[in-house]
Design a protein around this ligand. Structure first.
Ligand code: SF4
Length: 280
C-alpha cells in the first residue's frame, strides 16, 4: 500500500490553483494563436491578439488571466492501493484552494448558500469528483471554472428517435443561445449517453481533453470535426462580434445508455479555459 500524506496534497493544490489561474494551458494558447492567424474579421483578429497579450502578461506578472477566477472543479483519480494519511482528501483539497486563492490574490467567487448568497471568503468548497481506479496512482486535475461559460451549459433528455441529427441540432442550439456570453472562442464539451448526471459529467470531462486531440473513435472524431466546422460557420465569432472563430474545439465523450434514453449535455469552456494536472 502506497502512503501519501494529505499535507502534501494541500501544499501542491495551493500552488497549483495559482498556476492554473495565471498560466493558460499550452494547447489553449496554441489554439488561440492558430485562430488569430486564420481570422478574417479585423476586429475579431485584434481581440484574439489582446487575448494572447493578456495571457502573456498574466504568465509574466503572475496575475489572474481573468477577474473571474472560477469555482474549482477537482477531478481525482485515486488508486485502490493508495492510503491517505493525516486527514480527509476533500479537506486537503479545500485547504489548498483556500491558501492558494488568498496567497495569489485570486478572486473569491463562492457563496455558501445558493439562495442567501454570502461569500465563503476563500473560494471553497470545490466541487470534487473522485474515481476509484486500479493501482497506486493519485492524480488531481483542477479546473477553475468561470461562471460566464458555466451558465451557458445545457442538458437535454432527447428521445432515442432524435438520433445523431437531434444531437447535432441540440449542440448548435446551445452554442447559438450562448452567443457571446461564454467569452468565445469556446471549447465545446459534449457528453452523450449515460443518464442525466452522467451526461453532464461527461461534458465536463470533455473539457479536460487537450485542444487538437480528437476522440479515439473515428466516428466521434468525424462528428467533432463536423460540429466544429458548423459552429465556426455560425458567425457568432470572438466575443460575439463575428468572424470565423466561435470555437477552438468540440470534444465529445460518450457512455452506454438505456434503450429509452438519449441524454446530451453541453458544457462550454471560455477562451480562458484553465486546468492543471497534479501527479503524486
Ligand atoms: S467566461 Fe471565462 S473569460 Fe469570460 S469572464 Fe468568465 S472566466 Fe473570464
Amino acid at each position: 500500500m502506497r502512503q501519501i500524506k494529505v499535507d502534501l496534497i494541500e501544499e501542491r493544490v495551493a500552488q497549483a490553483v495559482i498556476d492554473a489561474n495565471t498560466v493558460l494551458p499550452k494547447d489553449v494558447h496554441g489554439a488561440l494563436q492558430t485562430a488569430r492567424e486564420r481570422e478574417t474579421h479585423p476586429a475579431a483578429r485584434r481581440f484574439l491578439q489582446i487575448m494572447l497579450e493578456n495571457a502573456d502578461i498574466a504568465c509574466r506578472d503572475r496575475m489572474a488571466l481573468c477577474q473571474d477566477c472560477g469555482m474549482v472543479v477537482a477531478h481525482v483519480k485515486l488508486g485502490q492501493e493508495v492510503q491517505l494519511i493525516g486527514g480527509s482528501l476533500e479537506t486537503a483539497i479545500n485547504r489548498g484552494i483556500s491558501t492558494g486563492y488568498q496567497r495569489g490574490y485570486l478572486r473569491k467567487s463562492v457563496v455558501r448558500d445558493p439562495l442567501a448568497r454570502i461569500n465563503t471568503g476563500d473560494n471553497t468548497p470545490a466541487i470534487v469528483h473522485i474515481s476509484l481506479v486500479a493501482g497506486d496512482v493519485l492524480q488531481i486535475t483542477l479546473m477553475p471554472k468561470g461562471a460566464g461559460s458555466e451558465n451557458m451549459g445545457q442538458l437535454a433528455m432527447l428521445k432515442p428517435s432524435a438520433g445523431v441529427e437531434g444531437v447535432k441540432e441540440f449542440i448548435l442550439q446551445v452554442v447559438r443561445a450562448a452567443a457571446g456570453n461564454p467569452c468565445p472562442p469556446v471549447i465545446v464539451g459534449v457528453g452523450i449517453g449515460g443518464n442525466m448526471e452522467k451526461a453532464a459529467l461527461l461534458a465536463k470531462h470533455a473539457l479536460l481533453r487537450e485542444v487538437g486531440r480528437p476522440n479515439e473513435s473515428p466516428d466521434l472524431a468525424e462528428l467533432e470535426t463536423e460540429m466544429l466546422t458548423r459552429i465556426n460557420a455560425s458567425g457568432i465569432g470572438v466575443m460575439g462580434i463575428g468572424g470565423n472563430n466561435t470555437a477552438l474545439a468540440v470534444n465529445i465523450e460518450t457512455y452506454p445508455t438505456h434503450i429509452a434514453c438519449l441524454p446530451v449535455a453541453v458544457n462550454l469552456g471560455c477562451h480562458s479555459t484553465r486546468r492543471i494536472k497534479l501527479e503524486f
